[in-house]
Design a protein around this ligand. Structure first.
Ligand SMILES: Cc1cc2nc3c(=O)[nH]c(=O)nc-3n(C[C@H](O)[C@H](O)[C@H](O)COP(=O)(O)OP(=O)(O)OC[C@H]3O[C@@H](n4cnc5c(N)ncnc54)[C@H](O)[C@@H]3O)c2cc1C
Length: 298
């Protein structure tokens, strides 16, 4: 969708074809806190991430975008958590021992963009349409050359779908499961990447508890994982997590972002189980070769 906005706002006749949109795609399930994470090649990803950081920071000043700046506290379960150079350049600071929840030995804090996808995806779609873009949903492409249009440029943004569409076996489906719980009185996000991966991200109207990151394309939610994530979040020692009024184990709703059938997104308590492509290819748009862009997906 971002790609589409860039082209449409630059004056190109732009169309997006996508199998699914809205709350059923992977992007709708993301936390989605800014952080260069589990994507390769690392050097390129960090450079792209820093560019994205600046654009998202600008968007955070725009009412209705769903983007805000949020403190992120990152923790380690053992030893001293190293502050990566890119984080230092953005002002990351080591957390004082008094700010470390039990079970964690070190951590650092950093102000980062958070995109609340329940707002941001609609914001992008509205911007795209305002710029004259067209979106066609329900179009499943088996091969790229099926796009039978007289276009100058075709951009493949199919996420994990690129594995079979290109086909590109280097694209791996990573399964992530999160629990969406009611809003909590918490002003910062917390994450611990030491196993088990654990994070809690407060958003405008709810909070995302996570999580998992496994090499798997299985879209079915696992109630045990949900309970585990919620319990693990309690370890962060935030009172709101402890009393979040939800029984995650019984609130499991199948929500699939990369497969086909899925129910509408219900109220808090839903479990999201998308696939998380860890190695994504990026295509940089070059204006000189494009008069009309046809984009696949968001
Ligand atoms: C649980 C979880 C938490 C995450 N948290 C974060 C986070 O905190 N921060 C972060 O930066 N990232 C996070 N991610 C990763 C992030 O969600 C993804 O990297 C991102 O959403 C990928 O976006 P995309 O537009 O490339 O793909 P998608 O959102 O998957 O969109 C792909 C689109 O292509 C369409 N498509 C696919 N195949 C075809 C086909 N053959 N024909 C037609 N259309 C097709 C789909 O229908 C869809 O519309 C998380 C992911 C998960 C699963």
């Amino acid at each position: 969708m971002t790609c589409g906005v860039v082209f449409a706002e630059s004056g190109y006749r732009t169309s997006i074809f996508a199998e699914e949109s809205g709350p059923r795609i992977t992007s709708a399930a993301a936390g989605a806190i800014w952080f260069p994470y589990d994507a390769e090649p690392a050097n390129a990803v960090i450079a792209w991430s820093l560019e994205t950081f600046d654009i998202l920071r600008e968007l955070s000043d725009m009412p209705g975008s769903g983007v805000s700046m949020l403190e992120l506290r990152s923790f380690a379960r053992t030893g001293e958590l190293e502050i990566p150079p890119w984080a230092s350049s953005l002002g990351a600071r080591r957390l004082a021992p008094a700010l470390l929840p039990v079970c964690f030995t070190s951590g650092y804090t950093l102000l980062v963009p958070l995109t609340d996808t329940t707002i941001y995806l609609d914001y992008l779609a509205a911007r795209f349409r305002r710029a004259g873009g067209e979106i066609q949903v329900g179009v499943h492409l088996v091969r790229l050359d099926e796009v039978n249009r007289d276009c100058s440029l075709l951009i493949n943004c199919t996420g994990v779908g690129a594995r079979t569409l290109v086909p590109d076996p280097e694209v791996e489906p990573h399964r992530g499961q999160v629990a969406i719980v009611p809003r909590i009185p918490q002003t910062h996000a917390v994450v611990c990447d030491d196993p088990p991966l654990t994070y809690a991200i407060p958003r405008t109207n709810d909070c995302v508890f996570g999580g998992t990151n496994e090499l798997s394309a299985d879209p079915d939610p696992d109630p045990a994982t949900t309970s585990g994530s919620a319990s693990a979040c309690v370890l962060f020692g935030v009172s709101g997590f402890v009393c979040a009024p939800i029984n995650c184990a019984t609130a499991v709703v199948s929500f699939i972002t990369t497969a086909t059938a899925a129910p509408a997104l219900p109220s808090p308590g839903v479990v999201l189980t998308p696939s998380w492509p860890s190695r994504q290819r990026s295509v940089k748009a070059r204006k000189s070769v494009a008069e009309e862009a046809i984009l696949l997906s968001s």
